[in-house]
Design a protein around this ligand. Sequence first.
Ligand SMILES: [Zn+2]
Length: 720
Amino acid sequence: MGPRCLAAAVVVLLLLCAALAAALIYMQLSKEEEVCLTPGCIQTASVILSSMNSSVDPCDDFYEYACGEWIKGHPIPDDAPSVSNFENLGQDLEFALKELLEAKDPNGTVIDKNSAIYKAKQFYRLCLNESEIMDEWRKVFDEVVKMFGGWPSLGQHDPSMRIEKLYAIMVSKFKVDSLFKATVQPDDKNSERHVLLLDQPALNLFARDFYIAADNDERLAYMTLIRDVLVLLKADAQTATRDAAEVIEFETALANITMAEEQRHDIAELYTKMTLGQMTRELPYFNWKMFFNEVFADIKMKNGTDITFDDSTEVVVYGVEFLRRLDKLLPQFHSRKVTNYLSWCWFFKTMLRDLPDPFSLTIFKFYKSLNLLNVQKVRWHGCVTRINSLMPMATSSIYVKNHFDHEAKEQVEEMISLIMEAFTDLLESEDWLTSETKAFAKQKVQTMKQKIGYPDYLNDSGAVDQEYNSFIVYPGDYYRTKFKFYEMYQKDVLERIVQPVDRERWVAGAALVNAFYSPNTNEIIFPAGILQPVFYSKHFPSSMNFGGIGVVIGHEITHGFDDRGRLYDNMGNIRQWWDNITITKFEEKAKCIEDQYSNYMLKQIGLTINGKSTKGENIADNGGLKQAYKAWKRYEKSHPKPPRLPGVNLTHDQLFFLNYAQIWCGTMNDKEAVRKLRTSEHSPGPIRVKGPLSNSNDFAQAFSCPQGSPMNPYKKCRVW
Ligand SMILES: [Zn+2]
């Protein structure tokens, strides 16, 4: 073959190559243009489009861009202080449970009165029956108050009843945590075993700030509530006014000695292990031995012998300073005042909310004055919530049977392993961790356990029935039934003191819209309730699932490495596995996030975020977004390209971020906004969008945001 021939052949070959390339590009383009027209895609596209305000520049205000129309179309309902995509999911779940609890058994079914579902349904029915409750409640109330040695505001008080004994009954039989929290949980420094735990109490008015700020609306409304309720309970008006003021006086004193949440982040610093002997010496006013022996008075070992405590019994205390102050505070108050406070707390937490009018009207007035509701919530909501928290595995078992798509579990498993890989890769590329710390971190993520959907034993109704075997329903008697349920629930918690930690146990039920990281067991948990739109759907393009449940997965994994989670090793023990150089670097990076968020203002009320108390959640949001995006890009490479959504002119990278933002679409009234800023560990929705996205180079690239634009600032913060 001569040179001319060769040249001609080369030209022909080049032409062929060019044609082939053009065809390939064309095929690729036309593939990209492929539009999905299934009902699922059309529905998804319509939800996305009707939520966003595309007239706004996404680089200016991505929250408004993603949620502008959603907000216009979702006014706050009269029976709530806020509305959001996230809260709406919870509402849907409540509706689903309502239907299941109300469902009639098919004709001819033999009813097993020992089954957990039967008990749950009966409880729910008793809870709805207001006239029956009105006829019966006072009898049970009087019996309990008698067991307490009387309620001084109502004219009876046995001064020989020790506070230790009274409070022990409230803890063991009614789950009350009003003076301090006392429970059984895995030991943070020995995660194989359970230990007695003491912590500061949960106050009735949302947060300590509400007691400490001078004469605020919340405190005044609360005082009116206590007085009105005491009058309804037949206290004389003068006593009711005086005692309501005294209850607030004691509760305010208690609030004053608690630590602010933002100072309680370092569990290692908070943790003190003491023996009962030591407590008796150092905290002499309150008889701790008497208290614990009384709490466990009805709890037995497996072989039937009593569980007793002596000087050598170990107790873990979170914030021993609180107990020191409590030990000085208690003798300053007459036992009548303390008893009034405790009796009020018991009534408020266990009875008041479920009592029909005139009680429900009184509590409604309280919530209304705080702007929490404008109309009374329909009764069944409370009944569903109560049974879902007291018999979580019974409600979960019917929920997953009817509403859980098993395909979800497989897909989420695949996503988790991709996101864990992404986390490990990102870890590899970090230069601020020393190689030892990096190796430990890798081991921690690789040994992290995962629980998805629900525990397998829920498929076996016999096992669920067994779990609630000791729960007794008293026909016609709601409160007697409810109190039995409380007692049995607490018994299950307290009995663990003599049992090793069961790592297979689920710390939460499946009928919940939430996800968790448990530091004691180094595991991530995704209940069935969160595996639904907007977080996840098998009809979503995978980009949206990664932007939804994918970010949640990354968020929970990152909790293992946030300011609190990083203190625990891979077995769930607090131990210093970080070297000091890395700790200093971590703290610098975390401080960047803290300062950044402290400068964010929630425009609606003109207040800034508390960067300190939201630090852990913000670190998790930022890390979760980054890992999920990296995992999505990896997934995209090994899977066929998903078709476009009809009418949605966005790439899949853009859809990833859009779905992340749309999860947080919502509004709240001003009072609620203030309350959230003061009490929540999470930043409010608009900030959960602004923070992580403006720290993300991936986001800036996907939306071509110019450097220095509001959503792509020059200064960015990140830990992971
Ligand atoms: Zn979180």
